[in-house]
Design a protein around this ligand. Structure first.
Ligand code: 5GP
Ligand code: ZN
Length: 113
């Protein structure tokens, strides 16, 4: 996906503040943090959103969740965190490449929407 922002970040064409990476996924700090700690975890492969996760590509989601606890430790989230994936217009998804927000570093709102 040549025009995809997160594909460009994954390819290193756009710089990012990386906190974790391996051959399948990348985690970097959100450019507009909404909590003291706010990072995004993405697959290197382009998947537009949760809505396009299927039997063929769902292993990457398992891999992301396998790594989230160690990523959370790496960024200092020792007292809990929230994992969010916005999917589609009603959820205000603004980048069409699957990503999981990890938010924490303070007591987060009890409201989720
Ligand atoms: P969404 O709104 O799609 O759930 O989340 C997209 C996130 O990507 C937003 O929190 C936004 O701040 C972040 N973002 C947008 N452009 C960039 C960028 O160029 N670099 C980084 N690090 N984050 C970005
Ligand atoms: Zn992409």
């Amino acid at each position: 996906m040549e025009s995809c922002l997160f594909c460009k970040i994954a390819a290193g064409e756009i710089p990012s503040d990386r906190v974790y990476e391996d051959e399948k996924i990348l985690c970097f700090r959100d450019i507009n943090p909404q909590a003291p700690v706010h990072v995004l975890v993405i697959p290197r492969a382009h998947i537009p959103s949760v809505d396009e996760v299927n039997a063929e590509n769902c292993d990457i989601v398992a891999h992301i969740f396998k790594r989230i606890p160690e990523i959370a430790k790496t960024v200092g989230l020792s007292n809990g965190y929230r994992v969010i994936s916005n999917c589609g217009p009603d959820a205000c998804q603004s980048v069409g490449h699957l990503h999981f927000h990890i938010l924490g570093g303070k007591r987060l709102s009890e409201e989720m929407a």
